[in-house]
Design a protein around this ligand. Structure first.
Ligand code: SAM
Length: 212
């Protein structure tokens, strides 16, 4: 990374720690991931600010705090295979790819999926599979997943994702609700699901239906 970006990334790490992120592996990965590569060049000077930013097609790259928080929650039982719904810029995907063995990511907008795939390849993150599709349906042929992370707000819990979660302590992290969104952690143990409510968050909606 360029010298000025290195300093900004270090300050971002400190801010995340002040906000309560304690997982050192997550903080290390966020500090070394070149977030400026995951957005339009005209916004690169803002890349290490702790804010969501526009990435085109009416979508956003998530705020670093949210990426750190959701990733930390997802890592509770050290998942090996993770499904992400909403590839977007590919930034959250890149963070996950440095922490788990296999990442699968679904995006419904083809232009975003294409760009994200190129960025991930450029960073040599080859153990990531991306596909164009409707995230409400997950990725059944690759299930079960130890972890599922949904990076757009679902109006209700996607039932297909629940069934694709590993019965052995599979964990899903998702923003839920219409208008007001709450971050939720769902853990599966066999046929039982437990729910933990975390905090208020703000996301673009998880859209139902065809890809673009
Ligand atoms: N993880 C992303 C990142 O780091 O840039 C954040 C992505 S943005 C907040 C949410 C993404 O979810 C958008 O790219 C949007 O197109 C995608 N999305 C919305 N509904 C979807 C669906 N049903 N299936 C797949 N992707 C969806």
């Amino acid at each position: 990374m360029l010298a000025n970006f290195i300093g900004m990334a270090r300050r971002l790490r400190e801010q995340l720690q002040q906000q309560g992120i304690t997982n050192a592996r997550v903080l290390d990965v966020i500090e070394r991931t070149p977030r400026h590569n995951f957005m339009p060049e005209s916004l690169a000077h803002k890349a290490y600010e702790n804010t969501a930013l526009p990435i085109g097609n009416g979508q956003t790259i998530s705020q670093p705090y949210i990426v750190a928080q959701m990733t930390s929650l997802l890592l509770t039982h050290q998942p090996r295979r993770v499904l992400e719904i909403g590839t977007g810029s590919g930034y959250q995907t890149a963070v996950l790819a440095q922490l788990v063995d296999e990442v699968y990511s679904v995006e419904r907008i083809s232009a975003l999926q294409y760009q994200a795939k190129r960025r991930l390849n450029k960073l040599d993150l080859h153990h990531v599979r991306t596909k164009l599709g409707d995230g409400w349906q997950g990725w059944a042929s690759k299930a079960p997943f130890d972890g599922i992370i949904v990076t757009a707000a679902a109006a209700k819990i996607p039932q297909d994702l629940l069934t694709q979660l590993s019965p052995q302590q599979g964990i899903m992290v998702l923003p839920l609700g219409e208008g007001r969104h709450r971050l939720l952690v769902i853990q599966r143990d066999g046929d039982d699901f437990s729910y933990r409510d975390i905090e208020d968050v703000r996301f673009v909606p998880l859209i139902a239906g065809d890809t673009e």
